[in-house]
Unconditional design. Sequence first.
Lengths: 370, 307
Amino acid sequence: MAGEVTLVDLVKKFGDLAAVDGINLEMPSGEFFSMLGPSGCGKTTTLRMIAGFEQPTEGRILLDGDDMAYTPPHKRNVNTVFQSYALFPHLNVADNVAFGLKRQKVGKREIRERVAETLELVQLTGFERRKPAQMSGGQQQRVALARALVLKPAVLLLDEPLGALDAKLRKALQLELKALQQQVGITFIYVTHDQEEALTMSDRIAVMADGRVEQVAPPREVYEEPSTVFVADFLGVSNLMDAEAVGGANICRLRLGDFELDATRGKTDARGSVRVTIRPERVHLEPQDSTGQNRIPGMVQRLVYLGNSVQVIVHLAVGNTIQALVQNVGTEIPWKQGTAVQAHLPADALRVLEDTGAALAPLDENAVPA
Amino acid sequence: MTVATAHAAPPKPSTWTRVRGWVGNPWGRPRFLVGFTWLYMAWSIIPALIAIQFSFNSGRSRTIWSGFSTRWYWGDVDSVWSDADLHHALIQSIKLAVLDVAIATPLGVLLALGLARWRGRGAGVSNFIMLFPLVTPEIVMGVSLLLVFTHVFTFIQPSTTAQVLGHVTFSISYVVVVVRGRLFSIGRQYEEAAADLGASPAVALYRVLLPLLMPAIVASIAIVFALSIDDFVISYWLSCGAGCDTVPIQIYAATRAAPLPSTNAIATILSALTLASIIIGYLGYRFFTRHERAGGGLVGDMAAFDV
């Protein structure tokens, strides 16, 4: 089946600034592929190059093996759903959806049939005569989808298509969009800065920073096994700690202050100054007198009740502060502010990260994706 | 259970407070501003109304009213209809305005498209130069155009052609400014969407951009027509003599000689044409933007001109 996109050493420079700085990606046919990253990471520029609105400075864009880097946008078998929808305000819904078919010189009857079919697919039957201005944001979004899907492109490009909608509608449309993609079976390339959106819908995610790809993996892997400092940081609370890698190959020996820990995840053959991470739900808090490997004493600084869990913020004796998530199982947790505890950081949960030097997002932006 | 409390009646406001409140109540109608606006409108429109009134004078005076008649429009030997000079001037004015619209509008739209899409060296300078005709005193432009036509492009002598070229030269800037404003406000997204859906640049221009630019184009037509029909300085400098006289030139000449109410009549016709061009422009604008509006009145619409 058609719809395989390959990016080879793709570079886009605006003046001296490299918005996209050497990207290699393979997106197999029928995949829901997301490009995730903060604003300015090059994800939209990459998408615009695939669509043909920008010309790459270097590199190749292959669609089913053919280089289309120099094919103008109107001759590419890809279609875009724009962030602003860009529905033609002077045309009604049916004419908006039929616009592409008319350019392909499709017969009148077939146009009517395919428009009706596609509007049914996006649940907008009966809205044919409406003008875009007379529709809600969610409905306009569906028209934009229909307008692109009616052409049966090999690849559908989506540039933050849910960005302008409110949270509740966005959630509903995420599921719909995923279902739709499975139904029509074409490749979706989806650009977003919202990690939850990417995790919910994608088959694979490319996390991007500074015009480069940090990690490409399925959602679970990106979330659970981040390979770089940036990915760990961008995908939520990451408990980043500085450490010194002093030895080992499969098991990496780490020195944090006066303590030594083992880590079996990530780049375990690293040496020297590294950063390690552990998911808050993998941090076990134990009484002060418990002993064993991979334990660092600390003191509970703060408890935050989150309903289904309690977030415990622990100040470690090595100077860092880490978060632990304790599941709410109905019993009261024994820790209070000021309680001395042992934080058990299991070796199979400690991950040694590769530092690509990508600037981490400031804290507030991480908490609430804008 | 509820205990009714007797409230003391509030004190009666003083007359001054009531007058003050009637004029400037922040929750009420802005009566002072409304009053001032009407005052200005009356001030600016009364001279025109008086001039129009005397175009219907039955006497030969432009100051003493002696009854209603349409003799200065047609019938009288000196009426607009019968006086060959006035008659000819009116036709010349309309001819210039129509030619100006027909040439300046398409050229201005293309220039606006080019200037709005041109990035890089020279773009800023040309955008700036485009505004020159708007700020250059008309007399300077008239004189320099005359010099150009008599010394450089000598194949164009002062004539109707020269007048049309002069009008196009200054009115094109207005078209560019209006159309470029609309271009910037609609952005590149619709063109990209059109290209994405398989429209070549030419088709995107014709099917998407031009319909979206229609309000600005209609507005430009109205502005250019009104500017051209109103113009005195350029028409005068590039005139070939009596044969090229426009209405403003005729009025100017007549006022210096022996003015008759027929000059008022021709001025009235001119005003009516200008007004009609503006009304047609406005209605056209309303028509072409009827899908983009979510209510909003006349003022809101005019703001969309985005000049």
